[in-house]
Design a protein around this ligand. Structure first.
Ligand SMILES: Nc1ncnc2c1ncn2[C@@H]1O[C@H](COP(=O)(O)OP(=O)(O)OP(=O)(O)O)[C@@H](O)[C@H]1O
Length: 311
């Protein structure tokens, strides 16, 4: 899946602003962004539910929406809550759906097993927990044996055990060789389930890549506390570091987010006669990467700053 320069406005609201997205084949890819950053609109455009103003998109290797009809049967999606009959069992709900889309009834048992509902097939829909209902929705998308699954905020509104169930289900689907694209604003959830991630903010891609690489040692940062933030900030910036002030401390990352060494940071500060009261190295978590890239975005947007900085 791919988008390039994808844009969409709703009246005066810019929902998606030149979004470039590359979703690898296989595994779980997460579109991660704050509320209103354009995740749902992007998924809806990929599925032909909303028309893009500009840009190009590819789904399963073909341009969409132009040739969506050729690939839509390879794609299963949940972008809004599907409707099921409350008084019918899970199996019956899926059987009716299977008949309506020309899928053999035998497939119903398979998909129930795939989402871990094999033992609950005869439970009525209205007696199910929210987590089970969401797994049924996922089972419905699997009926056609799609290569690609697209789930918008799949754990929205679920309790911790429901979230855990969906996470396991999504992992199982990806482990079976399918590509799963999910949107989420929940960092912890994404960190536990995704293989790769696109961090988006205000309709644009801020960072994208393999999760393990994003969190690797190269992206660790040095946290320092000094008497004069402005002087330290300027000296570090001139030495090529990116600096964000947070919680009264400077968070320093290497040029372009590259490798950073605490000793080198201390030398720069010593060069302007600043001796840190605190200096530590922090390994990256998805939360720290997310805060770093979205802080840059916020500062750039609100203060017109040309690069990662705060004072
Ligand atoms: N149909 C619409 N009409 C008008 N504005 C819309 C419409 N759909 C989305 N928007 C606006 O576009 C922006 C992006 O919304 P979108 O739902 O794509 O973001 P999101 O990242 O999915 O957010 P959330 O996590 O809250 O679902 C928001 O400002 C939203 O209010």
């Amino acid at each position: 899946m791919r988008t390039s320069g994808l844009s969409k406005r709703f009246g005066r609201t810019v929902a998606v602003a030149g979004l470039d997205l590359n979703v690898p084949i296989g595994g779980v890819h997460a579109l991660l962004g704050p509320n209103g950053s354009g995740k749902t609109t992007t998924l809806r455009m990929l599925l032909g539910l909303v028309r893009a103003d500009e840009g190009v998109m590819e789904l399963c290797g073909v341009p969409v929406p132009e040739r969506l009809d050729q690939v839509i049967s390879y794609v299963g999606a949940i972008v809004e809550s599907p409707k099921f009959a409350p008084s019918m069992t899970l199996r019956r709900n899926l059987e009716i759906l299977a008949m309506s889309i020309g899928v053999n009834r035998r497939r119903v048992t398979e998909v129930l097993l795939e989402v871990g509902l094999g033992g609950r097939a005869d439970t009525r829909f209205r007696q199910c927990s929210l987590g089970m209902k969401q797994r049924l929705a996922i089972a419905a998308t699997l009926l056609k044996e799609p290569q690609v699954l697209i789930f918008d905020e799949p754990t929205n509104g679920l309790d911790p055990s429901g979230i855990q169930e969906i996470r396991t289900t999504i992992r199982d689907i990806a482990n079976a060789g399918r590509t799963v694209l999910i949107s989420s604003h929940l960092l912890g959830e994404v960190e536990q389930v995704a293989d790769s991630v696109s961090i988006i903010g205000r309709g644009r891609t801020l960072m994208e890549g393999d999760l393990a690489t994003l969190l690797s040692g190269d992206r660790s940062r040095v946290v320092v506390e000094v008497a004069d933030h402005s002087l330290a900030h300027e000296a570090l910036r001139q030495a090529g570091y990116a600096v964000v002030l947070s919680g009264g401390r400077l968070h320093v990352t290497g040029p372009g987010g590259g490798a950073i060494e605490a000793g080198a940071v201390a030398r720069v500060l010593g060069g302007v006669d600043l001796w840190p009261q605190h200096l530590s190295v922090e390994r990256s978590t998805l939360e720290s990467v997310f805060l770093e890239v979205t802080a840059t975005e916020h500062l750039t947007a609100t203060q017109g700053l040309p690069r990662t900085e705060a004072s």
